[in-house]
Unconditional design. Structure first.
Length: 309
């Protein structure tokens, strides 16, 4: 997918699969987690016991690794081996053939790809520079000057990699102008943030993602006629504070800052902001203006992310 790079100064849960629930790599058998690669693949139906024994015999004869031996015999693919490794280390991801989520969620579908490695590096830097659970510095607004710069992509995938770290993570779509997260997570027309702020729906608007344990998503909901007023009221601040107390990490998607003033209001209510810019699209003057506006509202800017394409 679209790689990202971070620009800073320096910068599990296992459970059985329910009927109708999308298949999840790393989720099928409790006794497979932490076991040998062969046991995991047999338990999950990817390898027969007979072929596992065949691989083991040849592995001992040749002194090779189980995965390399199996691939050489044509009994397993590299994806099978990566799957087993993910089970050993409690990393959950979705198979390529699963369409329960949008495939732009590369952290869920391609956890070993270069873009996701960069997202993990970004997560590490954020943990060092921003995150402080005891001080409740755990809400981050993802902002950018204009449209098409990758805010929603970064926000969604960053939320996934935080949840993969074992953090109870909430992704809020506060872009009430053109909400996007319900499309990425295939939540349909479920009620969301706009309905909560209007008093029409309660906490049930937050959707838990069964295929990504630890991650919850609050979609934008119906596009209201007065998004700036809804987000500017005390109700949004109170709601956000209550959610900050309930979750370890809160990631907030926002509208284009150049076009809509509520972006600064959202960022000011979060504990920090991360600026997203896109190569060959975002202008330097717009980026500087956004950084200055965050500073003027007293918002901590923890750095920037360059979307390479």
């Amino acid at each position: 997918m679209k790689p990202v790079s971070a620009a800073f100064q320096t910068f599990k849960r296992n459970q059985t699969t329910n009927p109708g629930e999308p298949s999840i790599y790393g989720k099928a058998q409790l006794n497979g987690a932490g076991g040998s690669i062969g046991a995991i693949l047999v338990d999950t139906g990817r390898l027969s016991a007979e072929n596992a024994e065949r691989i083991l015999r040849l592995q001992i004869e040749q002194g090779k690794r189980f995965g390399d031996t199996a691939i050489g015999l044509g009994l397993l693919t590299e994806d099978d081996v990566r799957f087993a490794l993910s089970r050993q280390f409690n990393t959950l991801y979705l198979p390529a053939g699963d369409n329960s989520l949008n495939h732009q969620l590369v952290a869920a579908y391609k956890p070993f790809s270069p873009p996701v490695e960069k997202l993990r590096a970004l997560r590490s830097q954020l943990m060092l520079r921003w995150f402080d659970a005891e001080a409740r510095l755990n809400s981050l607004a993802i902002v950018s000057p204009g449209t098409g710069e990758g805010r929603s992509f970064i926000a969604a995938n960053l939320a996934i990699v935080f949840s993969q770290l074992g953090k109870r993570t909430l992704l809020i779509d506060a872009n009430l102008r053109a909400p996007r997260q319900h499309e990425l997570f295939k939540l349909g027309t479920n009620p969301g943030l706009s309905g909560m702020l209007a008093g029409r729906v309660g906490i049930e608007a937050i959707a838990r993602m069964p295929s990504l344990p630890g991650l919850s998503v609050l979609p934008g909901g119906a596009v209201p006629p007065n998004p700036q007023e809804l987000l500017g009221r005390a109700g949004f601040h109170e709601l956000l504070q209550s959610l900050i107390r309930e979750f370890d990490v809160v990631i907030i998607d926002t509208p284009a800052a150049r076009d809509y003033a509520e972006t600064q209001m959202i960022a000011a209510r979060a504990s920090a902001a991360l600026i997203v810019v896109r190569k060959n699209l975002t202008s330097m003057p717009d980026t500087i203006e956004l950084a200055n506006s965050l500073q003027q509202t007293g918002t901590l800017s923890v750095g920037s992310v360059l979307n390479d394409f």
